[in-house]
Design a protein around this ligand. Structure first.
Ligand SMILES: [Zn+2]
Length: 307
């Protein structure tokens, strides 16, 4: 059995998976609002309660919104700022009496979908989480490719490639740079672009639905959106040439993405022989927590034991 924890902004989720990936336990608790120590305690309580229900002490992995710096051992790049600067893996390990493996939530998403999700069996998998932000994670051969600085896959903070004149210098991103992919391709970005063009306030999926029903303004907004997203993804394709790209997050519900993106990406990338495979996630919101549980499967893969 393996335990996975997904530390989100509003809730902490825990699951236990059996060796086949079946969920044998799932619990949720609200994320404490204030002190970092309260968050560690809440995670500890969930793990210890799971241990006693399962009458076992399974391995524990955790998905966090951020990453642990290889240099300092402390959390960095977290949008939940109370985590920043803490050795979360060591603190949780001390609290629950076993080692804890921690990875960025987008990496856990990619690992989940590469292990037994929409990209099962694919060798190089890029996972994109497109929702309130745009994040990414990479898996190769069933293992997370974290990177020397723990930021592999953070392509949402690359500048939008091939900017048109009217896309320069680009809006300011919270990371301090201008014209990031995230600031062009997130859900709020699409909503904002549409509202400025039309004065209408629709969600991203409502804009996509309106485009499907023949609304000209919505169709134009989506055309621009597909074009930008495809430009952004084409640079990934040139660097990694993934066997599959899996999309998660709120925008993954836009079914037209899987039809509209591949030919555009093929046109922008230095490709190949046919478009890159772009698929919708299989495990939805559960991918982060499932991938966290699978973090300990990597050792078995390394030893050639994983089935
Ligand atoms: Zn940025």
């Amino acid at each position: 059995m393996r335990i996975g924890i997904d530390l989100g902004g509003t809730k902490i989720e825990i699951v236990a998976l059996d060796p086949d990936g079946q969920v044998i336990l799932r619990e949720r608790a609200p994320t404490p609002k204030n002190a970092y120590e309260d968050t560690i305690r809440a995670m500890r309580d969930l793990v210890l309660a799971a241990d006693s229900k399962l009458a076992a002490k399974p391995s524990v992995g955790a998905a966090i919104p951020g990453t642990i710096s290889a240099l300092t051992g402390l959390v960095k790049n977290a949008n939940s700022t109370k985590l920043i600067g803490h050795p979360l893996d060591k603190d949780l390990a001390a609290a629950i009496g076993r080692p804890v493996r921690v990875a960025n939530d987008a990496n856990c998403f990619a690992l989940s979908e590469a292990t037994d999700g929409a990209a099962a069996g694919a060798d190089i998998v890029f996972g994109i989480i497109a929702g309130t932000g745009v994040g990414g994670g990479v898996c190769v051969g069933g293992r997370v490719l974290g990177g020397a600085h723990g930021i592999a896959g953070e392509w949402g903070h690359n500048p939008l490639p091939g900017p048109r004149e009217d896309e320069l210098p680009g809006p300011v991103c919270y990371c301090g740079k201008r014209g990031c992919i995230e600031i062009w391709c997130s859900g709020p970005a699409l909503m904002g672009q549409f509202e400025r063009q039309t004065g209408r306030k629709l969600t991203a999926t409502e804009i996509a639905d309106a485009a499907q029903s023949g609304d000209d303004a919505a169709r134009a907004a989506m055309e621009r959106y597909y074009d930008r997203f495809a430009r952004a993804i084409s640079t990934l394709v040139n660097v990694l040439d993934p066997d599959a790209i899996v999309i998660g997050g709120g925008l993954s519900k836009i079914e037209a993405l899987y039809r509209e993106l591949p030919p555009r990406i093929e046109a922008y990338a230095f490709t190949p022989e046919g478009p890159t495979r772009i698929v919708k996630n299989m495990h939805g919101d559960s991918s982060g927590v499932r991938g966290a549980a699978w973090l300990w499967r990597e050792d078995e893969i390394a030893r050639g034991l994983a089935g």
